[in-house]
Design a protein around this ligand. Structure first.
Ligand SMILES: Cc1ncc(C[n+]2csc(CCOP(=O)(O)OP(=O)(O)O)c2C)c(N)n1
Ligand SMILES: [Mg+2]
Length: 402
């Protein structure tokens, strides 16, 4: 169930109110300063104006911890579901929770995020319901995207979370374009352009960074360098010692942080985002982390990677590091990790129970949403499909849940 929408912040806007092309939807409303975040797990909500790290109160620190545990729990469970044949595919974030959640808490609600594959935790923190996420992985009628995307390719319009595209780096010019629109409208809204280390070999990365530097747009490039792009290790991807230093070529600042330390990521991302908001132009943030599991459930890293390389990174598990720190500071009580794990398990299992049995999207949705009025030729194709399915013994009405 979608919870009622609640308004959590409003933007500014001299020059706002210009209209974009029809169909721009959420982009239009957000750039006009109408920021809403719908639904989601209230307990994870970040402060509307993220403060410097030293001023983060215990409630927010606890919320960050819960968000990390929830993402890990979702990952673990969804990988199992894939192995059981209940979903087709999954791309885990495991080991990268600090990078994902640190970024999520550093953004203001009115900011935009253009995700790559491993930012689902940002959608969760920005109000996407767990049930909607799980339904997306099943691709059933409860999926906002109507089963049209691969699993884990989320979209969350109310949270300014752009639809994830499989094609590496294509979101980066889009993010820069969105940031350019904010600049033209004099709106203090930042676009966060997410990428993996593999994306720096794509032309789109360089075009986006060049444009961002020349026009000093309010865009932060946020790279989760997990040191692998499927089977390709970082040393074969790029000859620079860091990804951060690539920013120099485009005339803006690059900064690397410990991607397994959620507070380091938070503060680095926050400073870059606030600098962009204040007119200081783009920054390339590199969160150095490690991909603990396979690229996705379709991958077997034992075929190309030595497990000895993984072991020290397992030791630096971002959730455990944060947990130890919070316990030392007296923010987490001794019993809290166990209670949080039980809470997260119930949240995830409850979401699966709620959506797994839902039917597939209606067959008609195959031809909807492409053009305003569905042309006759598409309706004919749908009728032909129904006839073919009937011939082959499928009942299209049953399959479509009608
Ligand atoms: C343009 C393009 N080329 C190749 C692929 C196949 N592909 C999917 S993910 C991936 C590697 C991505 O690595 P990285 O950017 O480091 O992100 P990570 O998966 O490590 O988070 C590749 C090559 C693709 N999806 N799009
Ligand atoms: Mg990578």
């Amino acid at each position: 169930m979608q919870a009622p929408q609640d308004r959590v912040g409003t933007g500014v806007a001299p020059g706002a109110g210009q209209t974009l092309a029809p169909g721009a939807g959420a982009l239009q409303s957000s750039l006009r300063g109408e920021v809403v975040i719908a639904g989601g797990t209230e307990i994870l909500r970040p402060p509307p104006v993220p403060p410097p790290v030293a001023e983060l109160g215990p409630e927010v620190l606890r919320a960050m911890y819960r968000a990390m545990v929830l993402v890990r729990t979702l990952d673990t469970k969804m990988v199992v579901l894939q192995r059981q044949g209940r979903i087709a595919f999954y791309g885990p974030i495991t080991g990268q929770e600090a990078a994902t959640i640190g970024l999520a808490y550093a953004m203001r609600p009115e900011d935009w995020i253009f995700p790559a594959l491993r930012e689902a935790g940002v959608a969760l923190v920005r109000g996407l319901e767990l049930e909607a996420m799980v339904a997306q992985c099943f691709g059933n009628v409860r999926d906002i995207a109507k089963g049209r995307q691969m699993p884990c390719h989320y979209v969350h319009r109310a949270g300014n979370y752009y639809a994830m595209s499989s094609a590496i780096a294509t979101q980066l010019p889009h993010a820069v374009g969105c940031a350019y629109a904010s600049k033209l409208r004099r709106e203090p809204v930042v676009s966060v352009a997410c990428l993996g280390d593999g994306a720096v070999s794509e032309g789109d990365f360089h075009a986006a960074a060049n444009f961002a530097g020349v026009w000093r747009v309010p865009c932060v490039f946020f790279c989760q360098n997990n040191q692998w792009a499927i089977t390709v290790p970082y040393r074969l991807q790029s000859a620079t010692a860091t990804i951060a230093e690539k920013a120099v070529a485009y005339g803006f600042e690059g900064v690397r942080c410990d991607g397994n330390d959620v507070l380091a990521v938070y503060e680095t991302a926050r400073q870059a985002i606030e600098k962009a908001r204040a007119g200081g132009g783009p920054t390339l943030v590199e969160a150095l982390t490690y991909r603990i599991l396979g690229h996705t459930t379709s991958d077997d890293p034992s075929r190309y990677r030595d497990e000895a390389e993984v072991a020290p990174w397992r030791e630096r598990d971002p959730i455990r590091l944060f947990e130890e720190r919070l316990r030392e500071q007296g923010v987490l009580a001794a019993a809290e990790p166990e209670a949080t794990a039980a809470w997260a398990k119930e949240q995830v299992e409850g979401a699966i129970r709620a959506v797994e049995g839902a039917p597939p999207p209606p067959l008609e949705t195959l031809i909807e949403d492409v053009v305003a009025a569905t042309p006759a030729r598409l309706r004919e194709q749908l009728a032909e499909l129904r006839r073919a399915m009937a011939r082959l013994g499928h009942d299209p009405l049953e399959r479509s849940g009608h």
